[in-house]
Design a protein around this ligand. Structure first.
Ligand SMILES: O=C(O)CCC(=O)C(=O)O
Length: 338
């Protein structure tokens, strides 16, 4: 991660935390998709009843832990995200708060700044152009089905999967996103991940193990891959891969919403292009932080806190929860616990 702007970042983010709440985004719910009398509310655990999802969509998410919505984000918006990403890579935009992460193999080669050396950027909550993604009404309309009406954007990423160098480091190991999160309950957290171009098995689409969101959080660590693996790319240890795997082939603008316990990853990019997707993890503002001491999440806590101490100084005493407080930004309703 590039934490070189961390000092400025801390000031800015602390400033941001003192600001009044971000303006609420008013969502106009569609109505009449399901008749409340036609099903039993108690059978749903992972979705909320707000008349946005059809009964079929709700059942699909309940059963599988993900839902793809076709053509949700416009070409114009995607072009704007792409333009901003390219400007950040060329260092034409101040990377306030951003972490710019390089692919493990490319990082060693030390290219000049360009999109060709950037694996992903993360924490764009202070970049208004990219953060527009997290406030798009059509995205929040769906997010609310999983989080409820008070919504925090917790974790933002634009992933620029590079052509594989032959070492298969462009793969993302199978993992559960909850491994990284010290907040609960997991059922009120959802990831929105939007394809910024056609994404298929050739350029490394998402792979999901349907139904795994019904399980528990499993121990994660770095996979022992020969060519190496990117920083923080932990995978489920001893992941049994005998269940059904679904490859999510998506067109530009298609968006998948998925549960943080869903086991997923992404394949090698066998093309010469840089495969792009933009994503945000949202959580209900009513979620609570938890202490991960003594749990399988201790290893990621240690890694994150070490990076934060390098950035802010060990005397800052910043802890895992603080890192998340700095990232979190309200996008709808009221800020409560996070
Ligand atoms: O976009 C990808 O390749 C995978 C992203 C992902 O699974 C993650 O960052 O958790």
């Amino acid at each position: 991660m590039d934490w070189s702007h961390a000092g400025t970042r801390l000031q800015l983010v602390l400033g941001h935390l003192c600001r009044p709440s971000a303006p609420a985004i008013v969502t106009h719910l569609t109505s009449g998709t399901i008749s409340p009398a036609s099903f039993h509310l108690q059978q749903f655990q992972y979705t909320l009843d707000n008349n946005v999802l059809s009964l079929e969509q709700r059942k699909f998410y309940e059963e599988n832990g993900f839902l793809v919505v076709k053509n949700l984000v416009s070409d114009d918006d995607i072009q704007r995200f792409r333009n901003e990403f390219e400007k950040i890579c060329r260092k034409e935009v101040k990377p306030v708060g951003l972490s710019v992460i390089r692919d493990v193999t490319i990082a060693k080669l030390g290219y000049e700044p360009s999109e060709k050396v950037v694996l992903k950027i993360q924490d764009f909550q202070e970049n208004e152009e990219l953060f527009r993604y997290c406030t798009l009404p059509q995205v929040l309309k769906y997010v609310e089905c999983f989080t409820g009406p008070n919504i925090m954007a917790m974790h933002t990423m634009l992933i620029n999967k590079p052509p594989d160098s032959g070492k298969k480091t462009s793969r993302h190991p199978l993992h559960q996103d909850l491994h990284y999160f010290p907040f609960r309950p997991s059922d009120r957290i959802v990831c929105a991940w939007t394809a910024m171009e056609t994404i298929n098995r050739n350029n490394g689409c998402l792979v999901v193990l349907p139904g795994t969101h019904k399980g528990t959080l499993q121990p994660h660590d770095y996979p022992k891959w020969e060519g190496g693996v990117n920083k923080m790319y932990h995978g489920v240890q001893d992941c049994k891969q005998d269940g059904t795997r679904v490859h999510l082939v998506m067109e530009k603008g298609d968006t998948v919403f998925f549960h943080p316990l869903l086991i997923h990853g992404s394949g090698e990019n066998k093309t010469q292009g840089f495969r792009k997707a933009i994503s945000c993890h949202f959580a209900s503002a009513d979620c609570n932080y938890i202490d991960v001491k003594g749990t399988s999440q201790e290893n990621i806590e240690k890694e994150v806190v070490e990076i934060a101490h390098r950035a802010f100084g060990i005397e800052s005493n910043i802890d895992f929860k603080d890192v998340w407080i700095l990232r979190a930004r309200l996008v709808k309703g009221e800020r409560t616990n996070l």
